[in-house]
Design a protein around this ligand. Structure first.
Ligand code: BYC
Length: 473
């Protein structure tokens, strides 16, 4: 069944009403979620009506409906992609067996951990972005921010459903913890590093949705391969929502670049800050920051955790079933870059242990394509500047590069030199203060845009750019 039942308190396509115990448990979590949303969700939105899309079916085509909705009336629910007939475990030690509809007992704690880590990122990103509405560059952008936020909220629902439905008391406790941790809180931080960083301005938001949501895409793709079928189906539906988030990020940064280039050309100068737009070197430093911090989200380059979850059939590779190998990897090696004697050396390691690195490289290749599309915008203006991705070892806090200092080109340097030159490569206090200074009042007039960002070429869902995407009470 893939049509979604909106008549119930919790919209769902999992026949929730047939499992009264689970329904009651989730209905008692629901008010806690709403309290969390009111406290930590987007600031000042309770009375506005926002042009949001809502899922009406979990079928791949035509699942969404658009309309103005009050944020608190948004119907978060539980939506799984339709089941695949005769689905098998497609990799690892259980390859070829029927996919699991229940949690295999011995894999319970590993699976719970993967679901908890994934789930924790979702409310974290909403918390990170909660104040951005106060300085939105347009109604179009405000609407996109809120769309991203409600969908991250729904992704939390997706993981909480799995915890409640399949992990008993432990799962219910994990679900409560999801609402108790807070991004950036020193006492109860979110689990992964990047989700405790601030998203203080819109350039950071767009970089985050372009780069970090793309980690979301790759991690969800790996979990969508899972032999635990409910996880696979949850992630497959989440992925249909994720694409819009990355569009928001890529086009957002692209429009900031476009505006910078226009001002550079009009005024024949690189020094565009005096015209109130964001200069390309600052954009490069933001890119370096978000890329390196997000690289950390893949974990250690050589990881037995990753090998174990693959062997167990719980987390696969990106597009696992399209890869032409034995899907067990017992005899295979993979080349992983290591820091060796002040430089780098590619060393063959068992492929099973290199799965984090492999996924990171899949993601990195995808990020690089987006950066090339940004460079085309710059080139179109005839400006001699290229954005580049830093070396993978640059500014790392997790994995085997975390002990060395490396410049963006990949030269190993002393920690003193890194500290001295840090502000050439990463956003400095003055960069952050400058970008913050542009985030003045919110732009609320339909069709108007802040000076530092170009309008988009078209609106959302065939609406015009000057459509009233958000209506204030
Ligand atoms: N920060 O063996 P390792 C998204 C820990 S984004 C802090 O390498 P493993 C989204 C690690 O937990 C996608 N700690 O670990 C985007 C381990 O701890 P224990 C989120 C870290 O398991 C935008 C230890 O270090 N989903 O959806 O191979 C908006 C050893 O590490 C970090 C997932 O990540 C870190 N960065 O890999 C909204 C998928 N990295 O066990 C949403 C689920 C590692 O020794 N998670 N550690 O105490 C996983 O697959 C894995 O847990 C990880 C880590 C890839 C994260």
């Amino acid at each position: 069944m893939s049509s979604i039942n909106y008549a119930e308190k919790i919209p769902n396509n999992v026949n929730l009403s047939e499992d009264r115990k689970l329904q009651r448990a989730l209905e008692s979590w629901q008010p806690h979620y709403i309290d969390w949303w009111k406290e930590m969700g987007p600031e000042g939105t309770s009375t506005s009506e926002i042009y949001l899309r809502t899922a009406i079916s979990a079928e791949p085509d035509g699942w969404a409906q658009f309309g103005h909705v009050k944020m608190e009336d948004y119907r978060w629910g539980i939506f799984l992609a339709p089941p695949e007939q005769d689905r098998k475990v497609n990799f690892g030690a259980h390859k070829g067996q029927d996919a699991w509809q229940e949690v295999p007992g011995e894999y319970r704690s590993m699976l719970r951990r993967l679901i908890t880590v994934q789930g924790d990122t979702e409310p974290a990103s909403v918390e990170q972005q909660r104040l951005l509405g106060q300085c939105c560059p347009s109604l179009y952008d405000l609407r996109n921010l809120f769309q991203v936020n409600v969908e991250e909220g729904r992704h939390l629902w997706a993981m909480v459903y799995l915890l409640h439905a399949y992990f008993g008391k432990d799962g219910r406790e994990e679900a409560e913890e999801m609402l108790a941790r807070r991004s950036g809180d020193p006492d109860k931080p979110r689990i992964l590093g990047a989700f405790n960083e601030k998203t203080a301005d819109w350039l950071a938001f767009f970089m985050f949705t372009f780069i970090t949501d793309r980690d979301g895409k790759y991690q969800l793709c790996a979990l969508a391969e899972s032999g635990f079928d409910p996880l696979s189906r949850s992630c497959r539906f989440m992925l249909t929502e994720e694409a819009h988030h990355m569009f928001v990020g890529e086009s957002g940064v692209g429009r900031i670049i476009e505006r910078a280039c226009q001002v550079m050309k009009e005024n024949r100068t690189d020094d565009v800050r005096k015209f109130g737009v964001i200069d390309l070197p600052t954009i490069q430093r933001y890119l370096n920051f978000h890329y390196s911090v997000t690289s950390d989200l893949y974990g250690a380059e050589v990881s037995t955790n990753a090998a174990t979850s693959y062997n167990m059939g719980l987390k696969g590779r990106y597009e696992e079933t399209k890869i032409g190998d034995d899907h067990q990897l017992e005899q295979t090696t993979y080349s992983v870059l290591h820091p060796v004697n002040g430089g780098f050396q590619a060393i063959e390691v068992p492929a099973l242990n290199a799965l984090n690195e492999r996924l990171r490289l899949d993601w990195a290749e995808d990020v690089a394509k987006g950066v090339e599309r940004w460079n085309k915008i710059i080139a179109k203006h005839g400006i001699d500047f290229k954005l580049t991705l830093p070396h993978l070892a640059f500014n790392r806090a997790i994995g085997h590069f975390s002990d060395i200092a490396v410049d963006p080109q990949g030269k190993v340097i002393s920690t003193e030199e890194f500290a001295r030159r840090r502000d050439e490569w990463l956003p400095s206090q003055s960069d952050l203060a400058y970008v913050q200074s542009l985030m003045g009042g919110a732009v609320h007039k339909p069709g108007q845009f802040a000076n530092w960002i170009a309008p988009p070429p078209r609106g959302i869902n065939n609406q015009s750019v000057d459509f009233d995407y958000v209506r204030f009470a």
